[in-house]
Design a protein. Structure first.
Length: 547
């Protein structure tokens, strides 16, 4: 077979992660970097999710790169929570500003990556049949980049348009005057439903599980706010890096078992009216103590009853299937009010699941709901989906998807045993989806780049975590999760939304700041836990003790 062209590093994905990797590896370390991206443009999540209402739930001040002071001084965010269009404009600006596009091959999907131990080279093959080799392979494929379409009987027979929120048409979708059905009431459904209700003639929402959502209270930023942020931007960023979630939020007022409940109610009201994700975090034990949790859960249910005028609809919207904060909390813009509109109908598919699609609608409980357009807000094969769709073969013929058949195992969420010189940005076992992801992406990219620099400067050909280090880390991640209520919820954090996927809690719950310190400690101790050219450096028990 013809020799594949060789570069220094192959990167898969051109979202926030892939773009920053180009900047670090190419522009700072001088590596020849080749990025493959399935889409026609940069932006990842924000390229694909163009559905009406798509918006960030992290404030714009934080949901942006911090690596370039001039960039953060120059860019003007217009709103508290940026909309998809603004984020996509920002990321395109970054790509142009740093001339990143020339390292990216668009409309190209990586289908396999194979490691050759003798040559110490990874070879990536794309859907065009082209092959490229490099000593380093870096995944920037995203945690939420594989949209899920459930196998609804008769789906293909439906005569109207079907759109998934995670693969929204670039040209948009006009539903004016049409009968629209939305399946799914997670973050995507809750964002798209109020927008579609305003455009459609009739909107039917098919809800299987009611979701806890709290108001975002998005608004334009004032000039004064922007000036204030920019005057201390570097300090804000530094504080965020060592925070629990990668952005600065209202802190808990104490334990729900100790705080006076009247004071707690006042604080919950304040947070509800200020907007943002911190309602569940009013107590520091919301995710470990059921009684504390129930107080906050009931506060939100009471709000639903006070907003939704039809008591039966309000009852269906009240979440009772999981404790608040054990699935991703959702931020909304008038979600519950939407159910007071004449043209909106809520259909619970809890007791009567969706039976089948027909050419003209959806049948539930023997009743057909006539529809012109169906929107699937049915979520993602999260955290492992994009990696497992690539045939990644490491040392000794080990396949990643087989190694991870019972759930992903990694060291620090950034590397995995038997896969030398392979790094995963925001991989399973790192804070990733439990944080402001841009903070976590920057931390991983910087750590990986520093490690690659270290390896090259010290003549180390290859590295991988030891089996022992990986096992210890996995146990540590599980121990943290099992001390909370989070594994009890049927969430995508647990893989519970994908039929057949192993139920394993995938992200690291110890917090962004703690995690950063651990990674820094690993690096400072000659990358303990990794095997360099077959020589183990591990001193792992010390590491776990400090966490
Ligand atoms: P992505 O943006 O997912 O980019 C990965 C890219 O890799 C994609 O473009 C994909 O096409 C490409 N790719 C994957 N596999 C292959 C392959 N085999 N070959 C070639 N290309 C491939 N996070 C927050 O912190 N706050 C938020 O408010 C927030 N809102 C979100 C809203 C939505 C609708 C979704 C889906 C996610 C949201 N997230 C949010 C998470 C978001 O994914 C991250 O914040 C961030 O954008 C991830 O960047 P990334 O570059 O790591 O991955
Ligand atoms: P999701 O949270 O997984 O929600 C999927 C929804 O589809 C759920 O309501 C689910 O019901 C329903 N569903 C799935 N399969 C179904 C079936 N076969 N029949 C009936 N209903 C079905 O997905 P998402 O809303 O796309 O959000 C995923 C993540 O992306 C979020 O948690 C968040 O991290 C990120 N996101 C963030 C924002 C933001 O605000 N910035 C916006 C969108 C997405 P069940 O609950 O019963 O399974």
């Amino acid at each position: 077979m013809k020799q594949a062209p060789q570069v220094d590093a192959i990167v898969i994905g051109a979202g926030f992660s892939g773009l920053y990797l180009i900047r670090k590896l190419r522009d700072e370390l001088g590596l020849n970097v080749k990025v493959f991206e399935r889409g026609t443009g940069v932006g990842g999540t924000w390229f694909w999710n163009r559905y009406p209402g798509a918006r960030c739930d992290v404030e714009s001040v934080f949901y942006s790169y911090s690596f370039d002071e001039q960039l953060q001084q120059d860019w003007v965010w217009t709103e508290r929570y940026p909309a998809q269009e603004e984020i996509l404009r920002y990321i395109n600006h970054v790509a142009d500003r740093f001339d990143l596009r020339r390292s990216i091959e668009f409309e190209t999907t990586v289908v396999s990556c194979e490691y050759d131990e003798d040559k110490n080279l990874w070879t990536a093959e794309t859907d065009t049949g082209d092959r490229t080799s490099a000593p380093y392979l870096i995944s920037a494929v995203g945690c939420l980049s594989v949209p899920l379409t459930p196998e609804f009987p008769g789906l293909e027979s439906f005569g109207g348009h079907v759109y998934h929120t995670g693969a929204w048409p670039t040209e948009g979708a006009d539903v004016t005057g049409l009968r629209v059905g939305v399946i799914g009431t997670g973050s995507s459904g809750i964002q798209v439903i109020p927008e579609l209700a305003r455009q459609a003639a009739e909107l039917t929402v098919f809800q299987r599980t009611a979701t806890f959502t709290v108001p975002a209270r998005n608004r334009p930023l004032t000039d004064d706010e922007r000036t204030q942020t920019k005057s201390i931007y570097a300090d804000i960023r530094e504080a965020a890096r060592y925070s629990g979630t990668g952005h600065l939020l209202d802190q808990p007022i104490g334990s729900g078992q100790e705080v006076d409940r009247t004071m707690a109610k006042i604080e919950l009201e304040r947070r509800w009216w200020r907007g943002g994700i911190t309602v569940p975090a009013t107590f520091n034990d919301t995710t470990v103590n059921l009684d504390s949790n129930e107080f906050i859960s009931e506060f939100v249910r009471e709000k639903i009853r006070s907003i939704v005028t039809d008591p039966e609809v309000a009852r269906l919207l009240e979440p009772h299937d999981y404790a608040i904060g054990t699935k991703r909390i959702v931020l909304d813009a008038g979600y519950y009010d939407t159910y007071n509109r004449e043209n909106v109908t809520l259909v619970s598919t809890r007791a009567n699941p969706i039976e089948h699609f027909t050419p003209t609608g959806i049948v539930v409980g023997g009743v057909e709901h006539p529809l012109d357009v169906i929107v699937l807000a049915t979520g993602y094969d999260a955290m492992t989906g994009a990696l497992n769709r690539i045939r990644i073969q490491g040392r000794d013929g080990v396949l990643l998807r087989e190694k991870w058949a019972a759930g992903p195992t990694t060291y620090l969420g950034v590397a995995t045993h038997s896969f030398p010189n392979f790094f995963t940005v925001t991989g399973p076992g790192s804070p990733s989806v439990l944080s402001n992801m841009i903070a976590s992406i920057e931390q991983h990219v910087e750590w990986i780049a520093a490690y690659v620099d270290h390896l090259r400067s010290n003549g180390i050909r290859c590295t991988e975590p030891s089996a022992n280090a990986e096992q210890n880390w996995v146990e540590h991640v599980n121990t943290l999760a099992n001390a909370t209520l989070l594994p009890k919820a049927a969430s995508w954090y647990m893989g519970a939304n994908v039929p057949g996927k192993p139920r394993v809690f995938m992200p690291y719950l110890g917090g962004v700041g703690t995690y950063r310190r651990i990674c820094d400690e690993v690096a400072a101790n000659n990358y303990m836990g990794f095997v360099h050219d077959s020589a183990e450096t591990t001193v792992l028990p010390a590491l776990i003790r400090t966490t």
